[in-house]
Design a protein around this ligand. Structure first.
Ligand code: GAR
Length: 183
């Protein structure tokens, strides 16, 4: 379980934090459905093996079966989604049941899905945050492993709130992943 693959689609700041703060686990592979993802360059610079396949137009099951085979080739035991913006097939989730975690930028069960910061501000909330949860077939609905609350301040924009929550994500994710791989 301690051999972790991080799945990304973009910037990869959570991936970077998971690599830098690794404790009790090892990031053995970074995989992306976007070959141009900035995080892939960071992973390469950190000397971590990478796997990429542009998922655009690719059959979902074929993509997931190929990804799963790559994860097994690398002896992966735990999968950490970190800004992986693609819904995994039920087949993949069953294949890796109970071994996939995700970070989400809201206090789940509030604001599943996209545009969480804009929705929290729009609703007039005074508190938001981030959650790490087990991935199940239902989007953003698996068991919550940990959360951090982050205040929404007067005048916050989705961008300013995102920055504040992102800093909290970077602390939360490595801490929860360390616990998760030990259980
Ligand atoms: C993070 O805020 C993460 O919580 C969010 O995407 C961002 C990725 O940033 N994930 C989701 O919205 C999942 N639906 P990063 O690439 O810099 O880690």
């Amino acid at each position: 379980p301690r051999r972790v693959a991080v799945l990304i689609s973009g910037r990869g700041s959570n991936m970077q934090a998971l690599i830098e703060k690794a404790s009790g686990y090892e990031v053995v592979l970074v995989a992306s459905n976007k070959p141009q993802a900035a995080g892939i360059d960071c992973a390469r610079a950190a000397g971590i093996p990478t796997w990429t396949w542009d998922s655009k137009g690719v059959d979902r099951l074929l993509f997931d079966r190929t990804l799963s085979a790559a994860l097994k080739d690398h002896g992966v035991g735990t999968i950490a989604l970190a800004g992986f913006m693609r819904i995994l097939t039920p087949w993949f989730i069953a294949e890796w049941e109970g071994r996939i975690v995700n970070i989400h930028p809201s206090l789940l069960p509030k604001y599943k899905g996209l545009d969480t910061h804009a929705r929290a501000i729009e609703a007039g909330d005074t508190m938001s945050g981030c959650s790490v949860h087990v991935v199940t077939e239902e989007l953003d609905a698996g068991a919550i492993l940990g959360q951090v609350e982050v205040p929404i301040e007067a005048g916050d924009t989705p961008t300013s709130l995102e920055q504040r929550i992102l800093a909290a994500e970077h602390e939360l994710y490595s801490r929860i992943l360390s616990e998760f791989v030990r259980r």
